[in-house]
Design a protein around this ligand. Structure first.
Ligand SMILES: Cc1ncc(COP(=O)(O)O)c(C=O)c1O
Length: 473
């Protein structure tokens, strides 16, 4: 974090930039597809989340183009203030805070209610977690998988999903069916239905699996698999549980829209600390069946298994989300601040508005790559329902755009040279089905995350710098 002096000067930069953009008429720079209208999107700064109170991303230096929300988001000022105040409150009365405080106490009824309201679901469908990894582990280790149960997943899942599945594979003989994504060369041009039918064909090998374990948005390619379509697929294949890793979706995608409603999933785990711009060590697990309980599902990582010893069948059992919530001292100031980040989203115009802004910026990045080097793009760009705020593409020499450079060294070099120009993107390894059978073989690409605090102006800075760097390799 910066000194308060730098922060104040950023705040000033933000205000003067904002005033400039207002008078200069930002709308003249709006891109095709519609730049979201509420607020003026100056670098690292947005409108007010509370009446009369500015809530911008002032801790990001004004000259730093941060395009990596897919790894970690930042925090707007109102979220930081909320976190700081709650830490102070905790320090001033620790026992009260832990045992009884509405916001900070171990039971987390209030914050779970607020998160549920934000997502349009019930309080007993929500457990607050430290991160996506925790929610996925609670789910996979909690379900009563039997030896030889079949679970379908893909070769692009994050270790947060794969690791607990591997434990069950090693410990009790769970059978993993790992489906390969098409090669990057094919992926970009596919339609959603083509992709889903390629990934999950209706074959005896996949039918009747116990679970389908997939990501909502893929960190490798930026592919979004719409949740409604995934639900239809799970039903077509007669799969019992749809378990979704939402690490790259929360805060980027409107999770209450029909097409991407989390209610399509049986379990959905996501963070507060990436696109939502909440604090580190925050996340949530959505559990569709609030009445699920042992022996179908065990509350792994909880202090409340005892509540299920004399449970009858009348659905009056202790809610599983509540059981998973009580697990000792948690990051409750973080949870309260994550709720504040959700309020920020609402004050800015809602999740749909934020998704529109993020996608319009990512469209700019995609168009830039497509215009110069169409054979280097990996992210989908034809079927709009597959689009996300992540854009991945292979580096290329500016004068030889038809040849993708797929090695790690080149991708890392481009990232480093951009960082020297105060632009943060990242390189990412992608399993390549074309390279075959050695599942550890990867190709390396560049990944740009266009977050809510980013602006058209910042994407322009990236384009210029990228051109410069690619001319030098
Ligand atoms: C798809 C995916 N899943 C899980 C994770 C891990 O997220 P967390 O730090 O919230 O556990 C990441 C992190 O980048 C991710 O991209």
């Amino acid at each position: 974090m910066q000194s308060s002096k730098t922060s104040t000067s950023n705040h000033k930069t933000f205000l003067s930039r904002r005033a400039f953009l207002k008078t200069a008429g930002l709308s003249s720079t709006a891109i095709a597809g519609g730049l979201a209208t509420k607020g003026a999107f100056a670098g690292n700064a947005l409108g007010s989340a509370a009446p009369g109170k500015q809530c911008g991303f002032y801790q990001l230096p004004g000259d730093f183009v941060y395009l990596n929300s897919g790894t970690e988001g930042s925090m707007p000022e109102c979220v930081l203030t909320n976190l700081q105040n709650n830490l102070l409150k905790w320090a001033s009365n620790p026992t009260w805070s832990y045992e009884l405080d509405q916001e900070l106490g171990k039971r987390q009824e209030l914050n779970r209610t607020q998160v549920a309201r934000f997502l349009g679901v019930g309080k007993d469908n929500i457990c607050l977690t430290d991160n996506t990894t925790m929610g996925l582990s609670m789910t996979i280790m909690g379900l009563n998988f039997r030896p030889n149960d079949k679970v379908i997943t893909t070769n692009h899942e994050h270790p947060a999903m794969i690791s607990p599945l591997q434990i069950l594979q090693a410990r009790q003989g769970l059978r993993l069916e790992t489906q390969s994504f098409p090669s990057p060369a094919l992926l970009g041009r596919m339609s959603m239905q083509e992709l889903l039918d390629t990934l999950f064909p209706n074959t005896p090998a996949l039918r009747g699996a116990k679970a389908l374990c997939v990501s909502h948005v893929y960190p490798t390619s930026g592919v979004r698999l719409p949740l409604q379509a995934l639900r239809e697929k799970a039903e077509e294949l007669n799969i019992s549980y749809l378990i979704v890793d939402g690490a790259q979706a929360m805060g980027m995608i409107d999770l209450s829209s029909r097409r991407d409603s989390i209610e399509n999933c049986d379990f959905y785990s996501c963070p507060g600390h990436k696109w939502l711009n909440g604090p580190p060590s925050t996340g949530l697990l959505y559990i569709r069946n609030a009445d699920i309980r042992p022996p179908e599902f065990y509350p792994v990582f909880s202090q409340r298994m005892g509540k299920y010893s004399d449970c009858d069948d009348d659905h009056s059992c202790f809610p599983i989300a509540k059981a998973l919530q009580v697990r000792g001292c948690s990051n409750t100031p973080g949870f309260a601040a994550m709720v504040r980040a959700m309020e920020f989203v609402e004050a800015e115009g809602g999740a749909a508005h934020i998704e529109k802004h993020i996608l319009s910026l990512s469209r700019e990045v995609k168009n830039f790559v497509l215009a110069r080097a169409p054979s280097c793009i990996i992210s989908p760009h034809v079927d709009t329902v597959l689009l996300s705020g992540l854009t991945t593409f292979f580096p290329f020499r500016w004068d030889r755009p038809e040849t993708p450079l797929t090695d790690k060294k080149t991708a890392d070099r481009v990232v480093k040279e951009l960082l020297a120009r105060k632009i943060q993107i990242r390189s990412i390894g992608i399993p390549n089905a074309d390279l075959l059978k050695h599942s550890s073989e990867k190709v390396y690409a560049l990944r740009v995350s266009t977050g809510y605090f980013n602006s058209v102006e910042q994407v322009g800075i990236l384009k210029n710098a990228l051109q410069e760097v690619l001319k030098g390799i």
